[in-house]
Design a protein around this ligand. Sequence first.
Ligand SMILES: NC(=O)c1ccc[n+]([C@@H]2O[C@H](COP(=O)([O-])OP(=O)(O)OC[C@H]3O[C@@H](n4cnc5c(N)ncnc54)[C@H](OP(=O)(O)O)[C@@H]3O)[C@@H](O)[C@H]2O)c1
Length: 306
Amino acid sequence: MNDNLLIIGGSGFVSGTMARRAVAAGWDVWVVTRGQRTLPAGVHAIVADRKQTGAFAAQISAAMKGAGIERFDLVADCIGYDVDDALQDVAVFRDRARQLVFVSTDFVFDPVHRHFPQGETSAHYLPDGYGGNKRLCEMELLRSACGDMSWTVVRPCHIYGPGSLLGCLPTHGRDKQLLKRLRAGEALRLVGGGHFLQQPILAQDLADLMLGMVHRTDLHQRIFQAAGPDVVESVAYYRIIADIVGVELGVEELPVGEFLAQNPASASFLCHRIYDLGNLQQAALPVPATPLRTGLAQQVAALDAQ
Ligand SMILES: NC(=O)c1ccc[n+]([C@@H]2O[C@H](COP(=O)([O-])OP(=O)(O)OC[C@H]3O[C@@H](n4cnc5c(N)ncnc54)[C@H](OP(=O)(O)O)[C@@H]3O)[C@@H](O)[C@H]2O)c1
């Protein structure tokens, strides 16, 4: 019998990529969304708003009953952002899933107290905001009684690939016009000249990593950094894209201090984001391996095809 997977989300960038990878690999895939976007082919749809907890649990129970599923082999929470979401994961899936994978972020770390490369543990996490709230979700999982459900957290850094926009650094993060700008010969305005290091992870590789966690109850309560194989300066990321489209890259450097003073919320982007993947290797998980250039070429082709 095929393994079955339930994704919270399933039509977004990360969650949709995971759904497609799982369907292609022969999983039975269930996705929970509000039904506002087109779903990947081959998935079973559950329409529910996770913010309406009672209805969310009832819809999932009804779907499980209809399909004769006692427990999902794997549940992936791709859209957990607040403590309430982590609490909901435990309450709803403790008796409905064998394993939960929760998508956190590398923005849990305080950007001014990082190690290079950064491992999974730190004495300095952000207390609030997007990254701080993801850390609160991790802590909620750590303190929860999960019964027979095991859980594992992944902390991706910049995720790229088909299904998303290009750009990993202000002022050209997820820039809708990036290819147009490059082709028009426009210089990119990069904070710090783009010298911050990055280790982008291809969404397909992240999906395969999470799918590779199924039946791994030994990974209970483990948190893993998730990053790609290539460590590059952010400016090199843009140079690769320019090279793929066959143009020269021009860069205008924006002073870091000035930019930060005006955009304090961007602090987590303005630090080196490089990670120790030793724990993924030691756990014999599928370590992300697609070269950055290969993944970016796929993303450029997907954007040009739109
Ligand atoms: N992008 C990055 O570089 C990066 C880096 C680190 C971590 N992450 C993490 O990656 C995840 C992003 O996932 P994604 O790319 O799939 O997100 P996304 O593109 O924003 O898609 C959101 C998905 O969730 C569904 N959804 C939204 N609100 C919902 C609700 N209240 N109830 C049920 N379904 C709902 C949406 O469908 P409907 O609209 O139809 O409901 C859609 O399927 C996040 O956890 C983020 O923190 C991202």
